[in-house]
Ligand binder design. Sequence first.
Ligand SMILES: Nc1ncnc2c1ncn2[C@@H]1O[C@H](COP(=O)(O)OP(=O)(O)OP(=O)(O)O)[C@@H](O)[C@H]1O
Ligand SMILES: C[C@@](O)(CCO)CC(=O)[O-]
Ligand SMILES: [Mg+2]
Length: 334
Amino acid sequence: MRVLASAPAKIILFGEHSVVYGKPAIAAAINLRTYVWAEFNESGAIKIEAKDIRVPGLTVSFSEDEIYFESDYGKAAEVLSYVRQAIELVREEADKNGKGITVSITSQIPVGAGLGSSAAVAVATIGAVSRLLGLELTNEEIGKLGHRVELLVQGASSGIDPTVSAIGGFIHYEKGKFEHLPFMELPIVVGYTGSSGSTKELVAMVRRTREEMPEIIEPILLSMGKIVERAREILLSDLDEKVRFERLGRLMNINHGLLDALGVSTKKLSELVYAARTAGALGAKITGAGGGGCMYALAPEKQSEVATAITIAGGTPMITEISREGLRIEEVIP
Ligand SMILES: Nc1ncnc2c1ncn2[C@@H]1O[C@H](COP(=O)(O)OP(=O)(O)OP(=O)(O)O)[C@@H](O)[C@H]1O
Ligand SMILES: C[C@@](O)(CCO)CC(=O)[O-]
Ligand SMILES: [Mg+2]
């Protein structure tokens, strides 16, 4: 039997980092996906084929007639830890530790770019392997297992990324609980800096700063939570669309400034943010953990101008749509 599952990327509209400290956040699934095939193998081992992930620490030596490969096994194993933990959690749930499983991954989501590649790979793996093992889990339950995977690998995770990847759409999230917001098309442009950041390291860095100067960092986190409350009110209001976007844009700009104050922006991210605003975006901010990766801009009727400005500033624009669907079982071959 072979099973193919897929799970989407996400953007965090408001509230990354503060959500780790129990504040609310708003996120949406987007139409870039990670695909995972799962099947049994005869060896009894877990085998992971990650087709588009770079292996760190690989050295290749060429002599006259031979090629030698050396790899830093620690680093190579670490990069696959989300997938390994996802498979192991499902095997524990299914109480079927004995069978070998091969998992094969292809992904459209840039890695370490704030678009939730870690959550999508964990959720799609759990989806495929749980179906292979005959477990009947809801998407919400799979999102919770995805959260456990992120906690095991990163040490800290709010759970917003695996939740939105599993259930899809547009959500308000707070302390493990989510609420679907009314589905709406948002005129956004995502700008990718081309560099990456590690969520594990960025979350740890914010934690250290908060421990060092709680009286300064706590009010910033509180303020981020208030931004989310206002944004939720605006999204649920019957205000005219133009007014709604203007207000959301202002909140995005404040949220970006606070993320910058936490130290998670980079020169390139801020350049893309300012380029987008100059080209007419109503608001622009980092999305996800930062340290590289992506920003997004809200740009009604200005999406192509903003995309051009992001390109000129050295980034890669992506005009994405919100994905109603979360985890999907694409194929089951008996
Ligand atoms: N296609 C993939 N195959 C295997 N592992 C992947 C894949 N995509 C992502 N990962 C895992 O996720 C890690 C990146 O996760 P990280 O949380 O640091 O960034 P992100 O999820 O892309 O961004 P953010 O958490 O800010 O949304 C990679 O180092 C790798 O371990
Ligand atoms: C930085 C963070 O808030 C969002 C990463 O997309 C981490 C998390 O919520 O787990
Ligand atoms: Mg992640």
